[in-house]
Design a protein around this ligand. Sequence first.
Ligand SMILES: [Zn+2]
Length: 291
Amino acid sequence: MAVLTFLCACSEVEDARICAYRGGRQAAVSLTFDDGLLDHYTMVAPHLDSLGLKATFWVIGKSIEEGEYNYARRLTWEMCREMSDRGHEISNHSWSHPHLTELSEEELREEVTRNDDAIERATGKRPITFCYPFNAQNELVARVCHEGRVGTRDYQEPQGQANTHSTPETLRAWLDKVIAEGEWGVTMTHGIHSGWDQWDDEQVLWDFFKDLASRQDEVWIDTFAAVAAYRQEREHCTLRVRRYRKCIGIKPTCDLDPALFREPLTAEVTVDGRSRLLEFDPFGKEQFFEL
Ligand SMILES: [Zn+2]
């Protein structure tokens, strides 16, 4: 939790804190899908859309242009644009999926920037996150891939059946643990019927989505970019909370770049013994909420 300063106009703001996750939920989950596979458009996104869930799709520009990679069919740029327009995050998994740790700095920057440019051309949105191919990183790779971003994927929970052997029980146990421990769970899924770690029984994944959607009072489900930004903002924001005669005033101070970090934060404020969840703009002026 961030350090807070209290300068109450009177002593009746008993407590104020920035919530760990949006809406005061106790945990967060970001569903992420690797390698820009066609299955993600034809199978995954329709299931997510029917439940109102937003996810992150890490794409490889070169394979989109070639239509295939490792024998699996890929998304098209038009599909990326459609998914982005529906609220999903289309983000950077490098231009050609090399081991970034084996490249010169110049080659590394080319891999990152070329894919950012292609995704921005297709979707109108420049990626603000990054996913390392093969999860391989070192100091140089991490430094370059963090530039101009709210976060990079540094840990993940694999989900799939050919390699990971996910079952309804393992998926349920993982979600229970994420919620119980107040974590940010980040899933990593590849192919459904093509690509790495395919599903024999994809209904297991759709049922997991349904389970997740039914627990949204406990867990915040959003794109990788949204949760990564929220977590940084909550650590870089301090509040001055005042009680006025008819309202509560929240004056935030945040030292991050507002051009990059744009997620509203949730504060829990207690006044007259009553706790309230208030959503505020961490870069805004003093914001007022009716008592
Ligand atoms: Zn990959």
